[in-house]
Structure formats: structure tokens, C-alpha cells
Design a protein around this ligand. Structure first.
Ligand code: TEU
Ligand code: CA
Length: 536
């Protein structure tokens, strides 16, 4: 048993979507050698680990979240030697590589599923979930969660695309093969794992149970015991169904399950209650603050938070929570960073968030790549929605918004590729790119760089206590963060207008950080998207 240092409690983790980060061979698709070429940039930003979205062999039906071989690198991303070099080059820069594990399902092109199709007597048949008749379970990617196989006269379960058959975690041989695969990656020297849709592996579909099945935590403890539990690794579970009570079950250190989870309550507030993310509703800043405050107070000493605005499935934070008009893009981007990064937990930065990349509206579904978007579009048109209505939803919440190639400089294709990019770039790249950001000391990049540095200087940021502060104005959000050594007050304006707030929130501290260069002499009025941090 290796000594646990909990290094990840003081770390900031950067997520890379490999297809869109940096192409190195001109085929228009990002790859591992491209990532290696950008490690010095990530080192300058100051991050401690990279969460690498899947790079395994895949038919790319869901851009790699449909794995056909967990121990082979997809040729469009490179080779296993490239992967070994990424781990080694990362280590030289104190950057760990956190692999993305998709354990709820495989690709239908995985050899296990190809064997399973051969018949019930095949030893791999019950690696998957079969039924004589479908029930009412729906796929996240539209339609039924059951697909009929004529020559077997039965259905298999797929909670995602038809090409992503669900694995059967009741099968001991399947579990052993998964454990062996994870240990293969641990032996390679990775820094940890992100576990895709891990709250689904205890599924009991015949009872219409998908998330939070009765065996879920037993399966995760068993997984921990047979793989990463003996090492000083970070593990983060993707759990859309989590609330703070469940989060304690996953992340309380005494339970030997995971380091932390991604909860998604704060990114489900700008949709109609009980409906889908596509059914848009205005976000109320006070509601967002109430949710994040709850997560800050209910895990203290009982588990660990992750902190994020973005990932490869979510729209760009500035477009969603801030304001992507040119006059407010940088201001609101810095405000969002400051508001989130003084909170307790492990922050995650999604590629391009640190330079303020924004959403990329489309005018026609032909411009969309993502299977979730394309399936929803067809389903909603079938249900009578107009094209315009559905495109409004896609432009607000579609996953392609996060997958537009990284903007490195103002040259052709923003330096992402010398070929033709697999997905068109956001047109803002001539002004919004890494090179411009590095040259401008007032850019969002340097706000993130400073916040990452502050996390290492003041343990109050990563694990101090949190106290919500009423401001007398629902558009002004504030909290106090403190420990025995330091105390900070963070106060932000979530709107494009001046906003007054109740006097003396600052506990007569000194102004420590702001997203405005010129200081205001109003102690109880915030300018548009103004963020201020006071320190006592
Ligand atoms: O995501 C699970 C998931 O449900 C979201 O992707 C979904 O798109 C939701 O509507 C949020 O936008 C994980 C991966 O992150 C995602 O990329 C995969 O497509 C999915 O699982 C299947 O592996
Ligand atoms: Ca490439």
C-alpha cells in the first residue's frame, strides 16, 4: 500500500479533448504528439494534471466514448509509444496524466460484443445486458435504450448510442477484465482516472433502475480494492444523479471509493424544471449561488468537491454564465474564474476556458458533429418542434460548442492544424487565442495563472471554511472563505449593469484581487461583471 498524499486536494486539473487540442501531422485531428508539443504552455499556466478524454481505439461514433479496445491507442491520436512519451514528458513537468475510463459501456465493435453476438452460449454474451422484450427505458441520445438483434431474437441495452452497448457489471469475468485493464494503465504510470457515468454500473434495467443501483457502492469499493485503491492516484466519478448526501458515499475517505465526483446540479439550473437541457430557462444567479454554497458547506470533513464550469459536454462558460459580447467577454470570464476558484475542492479548467473561448452558433444541422445533437434534432422535428426552435437549443447547449478546436494564434485555423480541421473553428480566433492572451498581462490567462498559484500559497482556497454572505441584491453574490491563518471575502456582480449591495461586506479587509484595472471608490456598488476579493 503506497502512502496517500492527497496531492489532488491542492491541484488544479486541466481537461484536454484530444480531437480538438493540437494536431501535429496535418490530418485536421488533434493527437497525442500535439499535446506533448503544448506541455510547456500548460506548465506556464501552472496546472498539476491533465484529464485526458479517451484516446483509445474507437469507431468514434461518440468521439471516443465508444471504446473498441481499452489497451490500444486510436491511430488518429497516435501510438502507445506516444502515450508513454506523454506520461514521461508530463512527469518531467510535474504534470500527471489522468485517463478517462468509460466503464458503463463499450463500442459495439469491441471484440467482446462481436463475440457476444455469436450466441447465448458464447462466454462473452453476458458481458452485456439482454432482454427478450424492451421496456420503457430511454437512451440519453434519444429513442429507446433497447436495440433488437434479429438473429438472436432479443434486445441489448444501450443507454447511449446504438453503438454503445451497456456492460453487465453482474458478470464476474467482465469485472476481472476491467480490473486487469485499469491495472495495465496504473502500471504505465498514469496519475489517476475520470470514471465516465460511473453511477450507472449498478443498473437493474428490468426494474427500470439505471443510476444509483443497489449494488453501485459495493461495485465501486470492489473496483477500488482491486485496482487504484493501493496507489496515490486521483479518481473522479461522473455522477449526474449525485446530491451532497450521495457525494459523501462516493468521496468520504473512510469508504475507499473515489477521491471526488463531478456533480451537475449547478449546470442544470438554466433549463425548465423536470425537463431536458434543451428546454431553456433563464439562470437566476441567486439560485446558482445557493446551490454552490450548499455544496461548499455539506461536504466539509465528509468528502471532497470538484469545481468546474465546463467540460467537453457543456457549452462554453462565458456564453452560458457570463457574457460573450466583446465588451464583456474578458470581464465576465475573469469574474467566473475568481468566483469559482476561491471555493473549496479541486478546480477543473477545460481547454480554452483559460483564454475565454465562447460558443459557436450554427445555422444548419449539417454543421453539427455530435451524435447527441443530431439525434435530438431528428427526434424533436419528428415531435413537431420547428427547426429554428431546435437550433436555438443546440446553440445554447450543444456539445459541439466545447469541441471547436483550440485557438492557439491568429493564423489560419488558429495554429490548431496545417490541414483542414475536423470541425470548424470559432471565428473569434484572430482576437481570442493563446498567443494574444500570453502577450496581454490583463488577459484571462493571467487571472487563471494567478488563481492556480494562490491555491498553492493559501490552503484557505482549497480547504478553508465557507460562509455565504447576504448582499441585499440577488444579482450580487458573496461569500467568506477562512481558516486559522487567512480570511477572504469574494463578491461578484453577475450582470452587465451596475449593482448596489449592502454596505460593508468586506469585513474591512484590503482589496486583494479584482477583474477591473482601475479601482472603484464605491464601496457598495459593483460595476458590470465586477469581481472583488478582499483579504483580512
Ligand atoms: O456523459 C454523460 C452524459 O449524459 C452527457 O454527456 C450528456 O451529453 C448530457 O446531456 C450532458 O450534456 C459521458 C461523457 O462525458 C460523454 O461525452 C459521453 O457521450 C457519454 O458519457 C457516454 O459515454
Ligand atoms: Ca493529427
Amino acid at each position: 500500500m503506497v502512502e496517500k498524499t492527497d496531492w489532488w486536494k491542492k491541484s488544479v486539473i486541466y481537461q484536454i479533448y484530444p480531437r480538438s487540442f493540437q494536431d501535429s501531422n496535418g490530418d485536421g485531428i488533434g493527437d497525442i504528439r500535439g499535446i506533448i508539443s503544448r506541455l510547456d504552455y500548460l506548465s506556464e499556466l501552472g496546472i498539476d494534471a491533465i484529464w485526458l478524454s479517451p484516446v483509445y481505439q474507437s469507431p468514434m461514433d461518440d468521439n471516443g466514448y465508444d471504446i473498441s479496445d481499452y489497451q490500444v491507442i486510436a491511430p488518429e491520436f497516435g501510438t502507445m509509444e506516444d502515450m508513454d512519451q506523454l506520461i514521461a514528458e508530463g512527469r518531467k513537468r510535474n504534470i500527471k496524466i489522468v485517463m478517462d475510463l468509460v466503464l458503463n459501456h463499450t463500442s459495439d465493435e469491441h471484440v467482446w460484443f462481436q463475440e457476444a453476438l455469436k450466441g447465448e452460449e458464447n462466454p462473452y454474451h453476458d458481458y452485456y445486458v439482454w432482454a427478450k422484450e424492451p421496456n420503457s427505458l430511454k437512451s440519453t441520445f434519444s429513442g429507446s435504450a433497447w436495440e433488437y438483434v434479429p438473429h438472436l431474437d432479443k434486445y441489448y441495452l444501450h443507454q447511449f448510442s446504438v453503438k454503445q452497448p451497456d456492460l453487465n457489471w453482474k458478470n464476474p469475468s467482465l469485472k476481472q477484465e476491467i480490473w486487469n485493464m485499469i491495472n495495465f494503465w496504473i502500471e504505465k504510470g498514469v496519475g489517476g482516472f475520470r470514471l465516465d457515468m460511473i453511477d450507472l454500473i449498478g443498473k437493474e434495467p428490468e426494474k427500470l433502475i439505471t443510476a444509483d443501483g443497489p449494488t453501485l457502492h459495493f461495485l465501486i469499493q470492489e473496483l477500488n480494492e482491486n485496482t487504484f485503491g493501493a496507489y496515490d492516484l486521483v479518481t473522479v466519478g461522473e455522477t449526474w444523479s449525485a446530491n451532497p448526501e450521495k457525494a459523501q458515499l462516493y468521496s468520504h475517505p473512510d469508504r475507499n471509493e473515489l477521491s471526488m465526483i463531478f456533480q451537475f446540479e449547478h449546470v442544470c439550473l438554466d433549463q425548465e424544471e423536470g425537463k431536458e437541457k434543451w428546454d431553456l430557462a433563464p439562470l437566476e444567479p441567486a439560485r446558482l449561488h445557493q446551490v454552490l454554497s450548499k455544496w461548499q458547506t455539506e461536504l466539509v470533513g465528509k468528502g471532497w468537491n470538484s469545481l468546474f464550469w465546463n467540460n467537453h459536454d457543456l457549452p462554453r462558460a462565458i456564453s452560458r454564465f457570463g457574457d460573450d459580447r466583446p465588451e464583456f467577454r474578458e470581464l465576465s470570464g475573469k469574474m467566473l474564474a475568481i468566483y469559482l476558484h476561491f471555493m473549496s475542492g479541486t478546480p477543473y479548467i477545460y481547454q480554452g476556458e483559460e483564454i475565454g473561448m465562447i460558443n459557436t452558433p450554427i445555422q444548419d444541422i449539417k454543421e453539427a458533429d455530435d451524435i447527441e445533437t443530431r439525434n435530438m434534432y431528428a427526434e424533436r422535428l419528428e415531435a413537431g418542434y420547428s427547426k429554428d426552435e431546435v437550433l436555438v437549443s443546440i446553440n445554447a447547449k450543444g456539445r459541439d460548442n466545447a469541441r471547436r478546436p483550440m485557438q492557439w494564434d491568429g493564423e489560419k485555423h488558429a495554429g490548431f492544424t496545417t490541414g483542414s480541421p475536423w470541425l470548424n473553428l470559432n471565428p473569434s480566433y484572430e482576437a481570442v487565442n493563446v498567443q494574444t492572451a500570453l502577450e496581454n498581462k490583463e488577459s484571462i490567462f493571467y487571472t487563471y495563472q494567478r488563481l492556480i498559484q494562490l491555491r498553492k500559497t493559501y490552503s484557505c482556497l482549497s480547504q478553508g471554511l465557507y460562509q455565504n454572505l447576504p448582499t441585499g441584491n440577488p444579482s450580487v453574490l458573496a461569500y467568506r472563505k477562512y481558516d486559522e491563518a487567512d480570511a477572504f471575502v469574494v463578491i461578484v456582480n453577475f450582470t452587465a449593469q451596475d449593482q448596489p449591495h449592502s454596505a460593508d461586506l468586506t469585513g474591512n479587509g484590503e482589496l486583494f484581487m479584482s477583474n477591473y484595472q482601475e479601482l472603484s471608490n464605491h464601496s457598495n456598488l459593483l460595476r458590470p461583471y465586477e469581481a472583488r476579493v478582499y483579504k483580512k
